[in-house]
Design a protein around this ligand. Structure first.
Ligand SMILES: [Zn+2]
Length: 182
């Protein structure tokens, strides 16, 4: 089953430090940032600006895909974990979290590792007592730590890695089709 299509037939991965995500892909932007990809996302991008941005565009919009002559990946599936697997295949991203490489999922800025004393006023006391490493966003100031939610993140990535193992990419005409084997 075809799950995605790239408008060029190039060897993978496609190297792009700053892929652009359309307004329907906020979920994917947050995950790619957690994986260390500087994903550019704004819910207010309009089609006109997206047509001319010279970066890989990842989109759910067929019309936009049809009109773009610059590198564009059309996600045809609505399954979120498949979005992650396909992006990993195209961008060559490892589906593992390394907090020292992660970017802020909210704003995309760099995170810096800090000790407990730097976040005393920013996190609940119960969290402070249980953890001694924290990561502070240099953009929006949000604080992150490796807590119980990382179990859920790990499970999601396990699903995405399984899907990735079943994806195949092949050139058809000028497009690269991405197929999932059932
Ligand atoms: Zn941030």
């Amino acid at each position: 089953m075809e799950v995605a299509r790239l408008n060029l037939c190039a060897p993978l991965p496609i190297v792009d430090e700053e892929p652009i995500l359309d307004s329907m892909l906020g979920w994917l932007a947050r995950w790619l940032r957690m994986l260390g990809i500087h994903a550019i996302y704004s819910p207010s991008f309009n089609d006109e600006s997206l047509l001319s941005i010279n970066h890989l565009l990842i989109t759910r919009d067929r019309e936009l895909f049809r009109k773009r002559s610059l590198p564009t990946l059309l996600l045809e599936t609505s399954i979120h974990e498949e979005w992650l697997s396909i992006s990993s295949l195209i961008l060559g991203t490892q589906l593992v979290i390394n907090m020292d490489r992660s970017l802020c999922p909210i704003c995309g800025s760099k995170l810096v590792k800090v000790g407990r004393e730097a976040v005393v006023s920013k996190v609940p006391r119960s969290v402070l007592l249980r953890h001694d490493s924290f990561w502070l966003c240099t953009g929006c100031g949000k604080v992150y730590w490796v807590g119980s939610h990382h179990m859920r993140i790990g499970k999601e990535l396990e699903i995405a890695r399984y899907i990735l193992s079943r994806l195949k990419a092949s050139c058809v005409g000028n497009n690269l089709l991405i197929i999932r084997n059932n």
